[in-house]
Write a protein that binds this ligand. Sequence first.
Ligand SMILES: Cc1cc2nc3c(=O)[nH]c(=O)nc-3n(C[C@H](O)[C@H](O)[C@H](O)COP(=O)(O)OP(=O)(O)OC[C@H]3O[C@@H](n4cnc5c(N)ncnc54)[C@H](O)[C@@H]3O)c2cc1C
Length: 386
Amino acid sequence: MLDYVDLEADLAEEERLIRDTAREFVADRVKPSVGEWFESGEFPEHLIEEMGDLGFYAPNLEGYGSANVSERAYGLLMQELEAGDSGIRSMASVQGALVMYPIHAFGTAAQKDRWLPALGQGDAVGCFGLTEPEHGSDPASMETRAEVDGDGYLLTGTKTWITNAPIADLAIVWARDVSAEGQPVRGFLVETDADGVTVSEIDGKLSMRASSTGEISMDDAYVPPENVLDVTGMKGPLSCLTQARYGIAWGAVGAARDCFETAREYATDREQFDRPIAGFQLQQEKLTEMATQVTTAQLLAHRLADLKERGDLRPQQVSMAKRNNVRMARKQAAVAREILGGNGITTDYSPMRHLANMETVYTYEGTHDIHSLIVGEDLTGLAAFE
Ligand SMILES: Cc1cc2nc3c(=O)[nH]c(=O)nc-3n(C[C@H](O)[C@H](O)[C@H](O)COP(=O)(O)OP(=O)(O)OC[C@H]3O[C@@H](n4cnc5c(N)ncnc54)[C@H](O)[C@@H]3O)c2cc1C
């Protein structure tokens, strides 16, 4: 595997172990079948519990059965899972960073006891509902309402493009508390089988096909008081997104590295004009550029891990890394596809699948444009969102 500047040498034992466990899982359980899942448009539900047993859901959290591994170990896990497929990494990212993290950070003791061990083991599946049909890049304009009803709340609204929704037991739903002054955003634990909650699958995706995506409609869905998270305002969902974007910055490197490895192997085997195509200068330039781009993105991810570990990581730094590393993976997947010639457009090889997936990864968790604006504001002090 490409590790051009020997990052391996500085990994701790635990980090190597979790990376190797994930790498082996991807090699044995994902790679042999992922092309078929992608073609049929299905998420491999049979892997959910296995991934839980292997400790792939939020192992960087402390307590409630989580291993409390380093942020680098968590990043390496995301890198290896996405080398398999973005759909597999997305499932683990959502479960860990977008569902377990907010319960861990803002949940009551009872909520943590009830949900964290079950989610960690893969006995329950969670999803995160922020995006709405009319509000994607601007989630603060959300229309989903939560209105006080007795001790609890009635939720009404629609959340769309929700990863895991069709297979989820629990949805973290962000809604405006219209009964409180200023109508702040609050987080609710919504059980997907509750009265008034309807979940439907989104079909017709040409990207992220080995992932389950859906829409959640709530029509006066009652949420009991014990299912309200203790956080108010957009900092609730945004803090979760920072966790997930950190994992994406790592994951994109894994997808790009897999494209590089596939292209290098293909180019050294494939002969045209009586010699391996890897011997032609044009192909070497492409492979050199790919390896350089993967390596520099990897270095950025490792630096984020250091900052996160010591509590100094700023959301804007995560935005820069998500923006850079996903753009890199999207571009390099296209180059790898090119090196594979006609074979490159099939599911027999990974680059075209990664390329298709990167269209989603480029867009979700803040589009490339939105991260440009976040970093732009950080650099200039001037917000350019409107
Ligand atoms: C497969 C998939 C899974 C997803 N999973 C989840 C999930 O689990 N939970 C969840 O809540 N959401 C999820 N999303 C939704 C995702 O986060 C949104 O699609 C994303 O935030 C963009 O919103 P939008 O699609 O409404 O695009 P829009 O916000 O309508 O943007 C359209 C275009 O306009 C650009 N744009 C918008 N505003 C500006 C501006 N101010 N300046 C310049 N350009 C601008 C954007 O960059 C983009 O190119 C998922 C999406 C996909 C495709």
